[in-house]
Write a protein that binds this ligand. Structure first.
Ligand code: KIV
Ligand code: ZN
Length: 525
């Protein structure tokens, strides 16, 4: 059977999003089941061609998420990851087979370092590849195969195993730069050479999967496309382990804005980029750096006098794309304390949140409280408020009351009341500053051994009455969790973020296993 994906227009690049697999598997970025479903629906809606929804063998939770995403998908192909063994592949198929267009993605580490782990000879590994790809192809017409760490695999061996995978029925060959080691020229040349020299290459799509360890993931992915790859694997906000994966928004906009020299197209509706970027940042707990290309807070800000002057005369002086091209509407004064529910509902809808009546009622109460404290409520304030609402919806521990004493003199003290499974518990503590005192009070009420890995504060908008967004990352026995909150009071936001992280830790402890997973894709299958 010929590969239907080859019927694509030759300039069309398939966008394969792995936010929910490679992105989500990065320590601390774990999402809940509902969050995964929501992100998958957004990816589908924005025109992603293939969604890698998870690693079904990793845990019951991963399996359930991939199955439900497969059932709900409207137009995207739904893919699951499987190591090179029959059990992984069967489990993957069980999850993705519900999709109208399913794909199995199976992989094995082919570089000398990776071959040493399962202790397979080159011939034994080649045999394993033949057996597993054949098995996957007997289950599913659409099979992707990846030689993990391809960019550090000996050329002869790489060409040999790619040919074996093609003969066994793989329809897409992905060429991962697993450790972010390659550079643009090499990335293009590797794909070009595989296409030119491997028998059967003309029958498959070549994909590029880059990590950003040297900051070259976007450049390497686009270079691979120049070399003949027609699938880019990427994540929203470049989420992913270590320095992350190729950022979807960057490759999509590069092909749009520099179509004159990168003449390729995608099916992505770029006006949805900003909304999905904010959602992924919120549910993963990984904030987007301010100067991040395309979706960073400063990406379209023109602060300096010279820039502002130029911008007023002609926006093209300093802008190569318009904010609205990526879905950024002008920051506007949205609502005030006299605004009603209908206005709030309409504004939230514009920001990508559709609420049922009961949800709107809860949000309205919080919005009014915010509008009472803050003169001007901006889009960003509403997004922060929604993020807090969603992150804390299932929290068993909640902050009911907090009072801190701080200043230049005397001990810094905190009095705290938490509601733990509905029962109020109180503590007083001192510390080195108000945040430390308040965190010590939390520790007296919630026993844990977690270490604070990250405490980060950023202002949502300008002004001294701005809300502070606080991110807290904790690690306990290999489980990494992230908590977030926002408030006009930085100490309140800090304690709520800490408590939110502890709630996630409780959930993770109940699920068992480090990071809630029994198996990582790095385990040899
Ligand atoms: O980076 C990598 O090699 C991967 C593989 C599992 C494709 O994510
Ligand atoms: Zn990867």
């Amino acid at each position: 059977m010929t590969n239907p994906e080859l019927n694509h227009d030759a300039s069309r690049v398939i966008i394969f999003d792995t936010t929910l697999r490679d992105g989500e598997q990065s320590p601390g970025a774990t999402m809940t089941h509902e969050e995964k479903l929501e992100i998958a629906a957004m990816l589908d809606e924005m025109g992603v061609d293939v969604i890698e929804a998870g690693f079904p063998i990793a845990s019951e939770g991963d399996f359930a998420a991939v199955s439900e995403i497969a059932k709900a998908a409207k137009s995207a192909t739904i893919c699951g990851l499987a190591r090179a063994n029959l059990r992984d592949i069967d489990r993957c198929w069980e999850a993705v087979r519900h999709a109208a267009s399913p794909r199995i993605h199976t992989f094995i580490g082919t570089s000398p370092l990776h071959r040493a782990i399962p202790n397979l000879t080159q011939d034994e590994m080649a045999e394993r590849i033949h057996e597993t790809v054949t098995h996957a192809r007997n289950l599913c017409d659409n099979v992707q195969w990846s030689p993990m760490d391809a960019t550090r695999t000996e050329w002869d061996y790489l060409a040999r195993v790619v040919e074996i995978a093609i003969r066994a029925g793989a329809t897409t060959i992905n060429v991962p730069d697993t450790v972010g080691y390659t550079a643009p020229n090499e990335s293009a040349e590797l794909i070009r050479r595989l296409i030119a020299e491997v028998p059967g290459a003309e029958d498959v799509i070549f994909a590029t999967h880059c990590h950003n360890d040297l900051g070259m993931a976007t450049a390497n992915s686009l270079a691979a496309v120049e070399g003949g790859a027609r699938q880019i694997e990427c994540t929203i906000n470049g989420l992913g382990e270590r320095a992350g994966n190729t950022a979807l928004e960057e490759v999509v906009m590069a092909m749009k804005v520099r179509h004159d020299i990168i003449p390729f197209t995608t099916g992505i509706d770029a006006t949805k980029l900003m909304t999905i970027s904010r959602r992924v940042a919120s549910v993963s707990g990984f904030p987007v750096q301010f100067n991040k290309a395309i979706v960073g807070k400063n990406a379209f800000a023109h602060e300096s006098g010279i820039h502002q002057d130029g911008m007023l005369k002609n926006a093209e002086t300093f802008e190569i794309m318009r904010p609205e091209d990526v879905g950024l509407t002008a920051t506007s004064l949205v609502l005030g304390k006299h605004s009603g529910r209908a206005a709030l509902r309409a504004k939230l809808k514009e920001l990508g949140y559709e609420l049922a009546d009961n949800q709107l009622a809860d949000v309205f109460v919080r919005f009014k409280a915010l509008a009472d404290r803050k003169k001007e409520v901006y889009d960003e304030d509403l997004v922060a408020l929604m993020q807090v609402e969603e992150r804390q919806a299932e929290d068993r521990i909640r902050v009911e009351h907090l009072r801190v004493v701080c200043g230049t003199e005397g001990p810094q003290e905190a009095s705290l009341r938490l509601s733990i499974d509905g029962s109020p518990q109180e503590a007083q503590a001192t510390g080195d500053g108000p945040v430390d005192a308040a965190f010590n009070a939390v520790k007296m009420l919630v026993t844990h051994r977690a270490k604070l890995q990250l405490y980060q504060v950023s202002a949502v908008t300008e002004g001294t009455d701005a809300q502070a967004t606080v991110t807290v990352r904790l690690e306990e026995d290999g489980r990494i969790v992230t908590g977030q909150s926002a408030d006009t009071d930085t100490v309140v936001a800090s304690v709520r973020a800490y408590v939110n992280a502890l709630n996630r830790l409780l959930m993770r402890r109940e699920k068992g296993g480090p990071d809630g997973r029994e198996i990582s894709y790095k385990d040899v299958g």
